[in-house]
Write a protein that binds this ligand. Sequence first.
Ligand code: FE2
Length: 385
Amino acid sequence: MKSVTNVEYGLEKIFEGAQDFLPLLGTDYVEFYVGNAKQAAHYYKTAFGFQSFAYAGLETGLKDRTSYVIKQDKIKLVLTTALNSQSPISEHVKKHGDGVKVIALWVEDARKSWEETTKRGAKSFMEPTVEKDTHGQTVRSGIYAYGETVHIFVERKDYKGLFLPNFVAWESEYNPAPTGLKFIDHIVGNVGWGEMNTWVEWYEKVMGFVNFLSFDDKQIHTEYSALMSKVMSNGNGRIKFPINEPAKGKKRSQIEEYLDFYEGPGAQHLAVATDNIIETVKAMRNRGVEFLSAPPHAYYEEVPDRLGKHFSMFNQDLSELEKLGILIDADEEGYLLQIFTKPVEDRPTLFYEIIQRMGARGFGAGNFKALFESIEREQEKRGTL
Ligand code: FE2
């Protein structure tokens, strides 16, 4: 296996034990099925600073759906809504509310990706399909992952167009400034009771991923609730999927709350990287994005201890971090700054994480307790704890 350098993640080695039958070049796009794509796109443009990018709908020959593609740096989100009640998109929204349907992965060969994964037990969602327009052609194929979430493999080496065949440029006169979001760092899936290891094995066997970090309920718990998590990564470290399952606690954990309201497993949060979390979070707050409340002041007094040997390279404005409620954690290789939004729809399901990595490769394990206590304060208000 050849080593792939990935400057963005600071990952330069291929994980030992990862398989090379499914080389993944990166996340291609994330598609949401939503009740009203036009309004969702407006929200992500206004609040998150995404830019209008591509469009497909009645005007481009589609009969049953409309999709808006929005973009910020390397991140492409597709917001899709059904135009009739019989559409599977309508069924998805009826059951789950707005949520992630597709985590699309950019590959060299979508046919081989489909063959290798289905051969290893993946359930097919979409057989290899060639799509063409005047800019060339793409090949896409897809498999089911947890719940109704799917992975679509996108091969675009013979395509010069903007997004995918039969999408047109979406020109808008409304173009709010970006907020500094750069790329998707990881996407977390919530699965049901006792299902975490099933999905860990699925990612190992079907996708050739490795489990490179694990957290059990002894590490991730508060006075009231607990969860377990295992982080799966592909060989070059560009794709990271932590998988959570609920664990028994005195009260209902946030994972149970998610499973109840999403009515099954699904994507819990998208973590998006920034180079300047203070500026990004300030901008998003000003535009109406709601973040979880800050931990108590004592948390920030402990930061020098928490950073340990990395404190000397810590050049952040601690009072500003506290004012914004940004969390800080360190591991062997460096530190990271992170903050979580409240759910971005009325069901308490999908939310976002904003993350700035300063060498650390972890997921903020040192913040789990502070984070979950903050989520529990929100659950208390919703009466779902
Ligand atoms: Fe995360």
